[in-house]
Design a protein. Structure first.
Lengths: 344, 344
DNA sequence: CTGAAAGCGCTTACAG
DNA sequence: CTGAAAGCGCTTACAG
């Protein structure tokens, strides 16, 4: 039964009619112009131009059974490192005619399944997870889809599929060692709620093991329940740290944002950083080098993570077999020691 | 001709076969379960569950000719205000079964047309532009699509269609007046390249007119060509300001990021803010209240912009006629006066 | 309450 | 170099 057709977007049929050719000649003129006679091509192009024809990508995908869309799942749009990864991914995929679709994934865990359903309902060619927690059900759903799945911003020991990231445990340990090298022994870890942040927990585990290695107290941990990962969490957190562990000489903050809040609060209270309290962050936020004192943090090649993910995805879609090595890339990280933790 | 079928995702046909019913009974069981007999519904549900069936949203859209996707175009993912708008839009649209698709739009202007083609090729139900410049060609293409288009984060005098935003000129003027009220007369505007930032130019225009109103020198303008809108631009820019206009007592920075860079540089140089130089930003970034001194900025209801855009879109898709007023919402802004521009 | 037919916009082989 | 047929996965009326 005929339905009302889309009032405004021209279809291939209309283009064909106007150019006086058949549908598939139009299709060919678009996708393999060299196969079409120059004169007919001209006619088709003129019709496309005149009608402002834009092919329906969904209909094309349905027909070819080939998706050109890669879905990206991120916990929120609010972290600039993730944005840089999307940039890198996008520019790499573009070379291969693939496009990034960012799901609006600002959901609580409860609705993770709903989010995944929505994504899979769009039939992407692959899925890139950026720092995304996923339940057992979610993992199963993704794996069951048979799509290439790339986890990024982490380096899990039991990856679902491909991985591009780094070890958060190593981050926690490296920052702790840095502070120990600066002669600190009363180091406190300032983190967030345990259950909602697996990567943060990994960094905490790294802290604990590095402290234990040096026979230092590994239980100096303060948790801010509210305002997860915000500047305000740092402000509140540093106060708790100084209350609970007044002998603290160094604080490892979960992220640069938290560290920024902690530093601001120290300044307000007239506590000198790094002389009275050394502070470290994590994530290489743009402001970290501009703070006074400049903030010690970790540098992560966020853009590169995206590029690697794009390459792996492309290879997978070409059915190239990847070695374990090629499909699991540890991009590492770098501790950037700055004034907030190094005395002049 | 039969093609290889998607290896992994189950189709409605397989579900029907497994449940022993016809395709459209499956379709009905999904969309209008109350119309289907309880027993058949159970069978269908079991089959869906067993096969992990997720309907192909693209095929559905093709068949119904109704899109449930709203495309969002933003200049980059790096500005948190925009992210909040997406949050608001997304949560509003979700109520009506609509979903947000964020285009990877991190393009230079040259490829704006390509971006728009890609978006329109996905046949969205509408388009929301967040702070997006668009060429005459781009405007025409969008309008020609016949889709509802909502411009946000601006309040142009010649909108394409619907608008939810605020006047950047008013922002520039209000910040200038705030500084004049604080007895400043040597006020310098610190901005970016003229040609790439229409909103910034509007704020500059607001500055100029507010200065002229008080018969003050409206030409104290410094432009940083590189590092557009970054912290580093502020760092570089404040130096230029002090070089070119050494009598400056107040600086209006294009955004909070730029202001942050300026403040950090002042601190490094031992220039007291606000006593020697007052500083204002724009955009209500999360860090602004936590800086020391806290930063004077503008507060914008970013989330609310998204919610309004979502409501307008929904109304438009219901073919509701909107009054001029309903389709053009000025959410305004608020000058948040803080320590960086107000002496104790 | 359930099913056979027709169609959404496009493309892939196959003929000519 | 170009076209008629069949199909991608789904849904909308229409019968029954």
């Amino acid at each position: 039964m005929p339905r009302t057709k889309n009032a405004t977007q021209a279809t291939i049929k209309e283009v064909a009619a106007r150019a006086g050719v058949s549908l598939m000649t139009v299709s060919r003129a678009i996708h393999r112009p060299e196969v079409v006679a120059a004169t007919t091509r001209k006619k088709v192009e003129a019709a496309i131009e005149a009608l402002n024809y834009i092919p329906d990508a969904g209909a094309g995908r349905l027909s070819t059974q080939k998706s050109t869309t890669v879905a990206v799942v991120l916990p929120s749009l609010h972290f600039e490192g993730h944005a840089r990864t999307v940039d890198g991914l996008s520019s790499e995929l573009r070379k291969h005619g693939l496009h990034v679709l960012i799901a609006d994934s600002f959901y609580s865990k409860n609705t993770e399944m709903e989010l995944l359903r929505r994504i899979l309902g769009r039939r992407p060619a692959g899925v890139v997870l950026i720092n995304s927690a996923h339940s057992a059900d979610g993992r199963q759903m993704l794996l069951g889809s048979g799509l290439p799945v790339i986890e990024t911003w982490d380096f899990p020991s039991d990856p679902m599929d491909s991985v591009v990231g780094f070890s958060h445990k190593a981050v926690g340990a490296a920052l702790t060692r840095h502070l120990i090298d600066q002669n600190h022994s009363c180091i406190t870890f300032l983190g967030g709620p345990q259950d909602s942040d697996p990567r943060g927990n990994e960094r905490l585990a790294g802290f604990r093991s590095a402290m234990a290695d040096q026979h230092l107290d590994a239980d100096r941990v303060v948790t801010v329940e509210q305002d997860h990962l915000t500047i305000n969490a740092g402000k509140l957190g540093i106060s708790q740290v100084l209350d609970q562990y007044p002998d603290t000489t160094a604080v490892i903050c979960l992220t640069d944002r938290v560290a920024m809040g902690a530093m601001m609060e120290c300044r307000r209270r007239g506590i000198s950083v790094p002389d009275e309290v050394a502070i470290t962050g994590h994530g290489g936020f743009d402001f970290s080098e501009h703070l006074v004192p400049s903030l010690t943090t970790t540098h992560i090649d966020a853009y590169g993570i995206g590029v690697h993910a794009g390459r792996i995805l492309h290879a997978r879609l070409q059915n190239q077999l990847l070695s374990e090595e090629q499909g699991r890339i540890d991009v590492g990280f770098e501790v950037v020691a700055r004034d907030s933790s190094v005395r002049a």
